[in-house]
Design a protein around this ligand. Structure first.
Ligand code: NAP
Length: 253
């Protein structure tokens, strides 16, 4: 059976849980070899074993912190060496702390800037030379997809202050990159989910969106976002999906 991403390599950051883990499985199902990046090695290994037990693309683990420039740069080089290049980068790693500004810790704000902005910049900067090379050779197209948020399109309400700011930042960065890289055939896009049931929304944080007790049609699942990313990166070469915003059907805000 031929799969659309056969003979490609995808890096997925934040692959140890939630949207990143689901995306890694989806891209492997589409035939990609997947490099799984996050800090929790045990979770990554469990997912890699699950993927490698199937008939899909192969999976390997790189336990790195996306904010660690040296570790990320070394990982990119090892991944390109192990799989023969890098065709796709999915920036999925992210953290979210929601609270009124007056109750927030500055360290939480800085952590969001560090992971959600600087982590995306670090991984994108390190992967870019390989992606440009991939677009020139083999598949003749490369992809960068960043998991932003509906909070990257508009401030969803109070308490989302710095989280929303970080997601606006990656949207702006992605749009600027898109303009720069269009003629080099590196497609750049963002996916902007509403509330998805993951560790981020089930931790019981006082002010965070709470997906613990869904009613009605329920919230989005990580697989819904993975499907969207799978769609983005399997378009024909002449078509780029730059932005997908997905809400749970019953999410009004
Ligand atoms: N859930 C939602 O409702 C929702 C809505 C819109 C957007 N998003 C975005 O979706 C993305 C994924 O979040 P999720 O909902 O799937 O939450 P999640 O299950 O908590 O996943 C977050 C992922 O980020 C990784 N991560 C965090 N800090 C990291 C670091 N310094 N280095 C490497 N990896 C790091 C975590 O892995 P380790 O802890 O193992 O490092 C984990 O794999 C985030 O960018 C989030 O902002 C989520």
């Amino acid at each position: 059976m031929t799969r659309p991403l056969q003979q490609t390599t995808a890096i997925i950051t934040g692959a140890s849980s939630g949207i990143g883990a689901a995306t890694a499985q989806t891209l492997a199902d589409l035939g990609a070899n997947v490099a799984l990046l996050a800090r929790r090695a045990d979770r990554l290994t469990e997912l890699a074993d699950q993927i490698n037990a199937g008939e899909t693309g192969r999976a390997r683990v790189w336990a790195v912190d996306v904010t660690d420039e040296g570790a990320v740069t070394a990982a990119m080089s090892e991944i390109a060496e192990a799989f023969g290049g890098i065709d796709l980068l999915v920036n999925g790693a992210g953290v979210g702390t929601w609270a009124p500004a007056r109750e927030s810790r500055l360290s939480d704000w800085r952590a969001m800037v560090e992971v959600n902005i600087n982590g995306v910049l670090t991984c994108t900067h390190a992967a870019l030379p390989y992606l440009v090379r991939a677009a020139e050779g083999g598949r003749k197209i490369a992809d960068i997809v960043t998991v932003s948020s509906i909070a990257g399109r508009r401030v969803p309400g109070p308490n989302s202050n710095v989280y929303s700011a970080t997601k606006h930042a990656v949207n702006a960065f992605s749009e600027a990159l898109r303009r720069e890289l269009a003629e080099q055939h590196v497609r750049v896009g963002v996916v902007e989910p509403g509330i998805v049931t993951t560790e981020m929304t089930t931790s019981g944080d006082k002010y965070a969106p709470d997906a613990r007790n869904p009613s009605g049609l329920g919230f989005l699942q990580a697989g819904d976002i993975a499907d969207a990313i799978g769609y983005m990166v399997t378009r024909p070469r002449h078509a780029t999906i730059n932005e997908i915003l997905i809400r749970p059907t019953e999410q009004a805000a």
